[in-house]
Design a binder for this molecule. Structure first.
Ligand SMILES: NC(=O)c1ccc[n+]([C@@H]2O[C@H](COP(=O)([O-])OP(=O)(O)OC[C@H]3O[C@@H](n4cnc5c(N)ncnc54)[C@H](OP(=O)(O)O)[C@@H]3O)[C@@H](O)[C@H]2O)c1
Length: 272
């Protein structure tokens, strides 16, 4: 097979499996558009945008909320779908296993390590927010796992520029995302003050939300590397948070800190 084969995989599943997969892809696309519109109008009420009058149901522990919304879909469901619903040809392929480990690397950190380490400003979050994260995460984790568990990539896909560039983008984004989240955690631990401080250093010198920027690179790499509609809708859904929320966070910083550096952008260095 030539290196630049337009479709580098086969998705050889029965018609029920096919329509379950693409049905969820379509649902994911609709969710991403709705999420973008809603979040452009008002930031989701968690963290610095959580108001005392926000009533999205009963309050639950913030750490627990994050573990439920991220670990269950991102790790448990993902592994179950990959190994129980995928095909043998796909799930033991080196390419597919590379994608599996990249995803798990991200979600083991996001779903368990970060929530256990973080000192959140609010001890509780409303159940509605947790479910609002859990529900789409279940859908997108299913669809991404189903893809890499069922699509059989060409043997030489390891040398394909889409795969190589996708992996590079994912790893660079992962490092930026984890570095920025760790920096914010350290900032939170400064002194006795559990509030917010201006972050400085590295990408924080040019953008307000390097953690979102890093994660956006990760999922761009995932979409490119997997060369799939599943990856595209997942990237789109992530952007439906990163694009509006980075702007809301950026505006929040400027309103709360008089000395907030003027040159910073919200999400993309020098651009947005
Ligand atoms: N894939 C997706 O769709 C998606 C969606 C949303 C988030 N995420 C990821 O989840 C992670 C967390 O997202 P987030 O929206 O919570 O990010 P965030 O608003 O940047 O906050 C990250 C953590 O750092 C704390 N923090 C933020 N700014 C701070 C400051 N200036 N000083 C001290 N502490 C500060 C926050 O505390 P508080 O919680 O107390 O505000 C929060 O716990 C990120 O890596 C993001 O990429 C992914």
């Amino acid at each position: 097979m030539a290196v630049f084969e337009a479709i580098p995989w086969t998705f050889d599943v029965d018609s029920i499996h096919f329509w379950i997969h693409y049905g969820f892809v379509i649902l994911g696309f609709v969710l991403a558009v709705v999420s973008m519109v809603v979040q452009c109008m008002k930031p989701a009420p968690y963290g610095r945008h959580q108001q005392s009058h926000d009533s999205w149901g009963p309050m639950i522990n913030q750490r627990l909320g994050h573990i439920v919304s991220d670990f269950i879909p991102g790790v448990i469901l993902f592994i179950l779908v990959y190994f129980l619903y995928g095909s043998e040809d796909a799930r033991f392929g080196y390419t597919n296993q590379t994608f599996l480990w990249l995803w798990l690397l991200h979600y083991i950190h996001r779903g368990i390590i970060h929530p256990l380490l973080m000192r959140y400003s609010q001890k509780e979050v409303s159940l509605g927010i947790t479910l609002g994260g859990l529900f789409p995460n279940l859908i997108f984790s299913f669809v991404c796992s189903d893809w890499i568990g069922s699509a059989v990539y060409a043997d030489n896909y390891f040398y394909d520029p889409r795969f190589i560039l996708g992996i590079i983008l994912f790893v660079v984004g992962y490092i930026i995302n984890k570095w920025a989240d760790a920096k914010l955690r350290r900032l939170r631990n400064q002194g006795d003050n559990q509030g917010y401080h201006i972050p400085y250093g590295g990408l924080f010198e040019v953008i307000s939300c390097p953690n979102y920027f890093g994660e956006m690179l990760e999922w761009t790499g995932w979409a490119l590397g997997t060369w799939s509609l599943a990856g595209c809708v997942w990237l789109l859904f992530g952007c439906s948070t990163f694009i509006p929320r980075s702007k809301h966070n950026h505006t929040w910083y400027k309103e709360h800190f008089e000395d907030y550096p003027n040159r910073r952008k919200a999400l993309i260095p020098f651009v947005y």
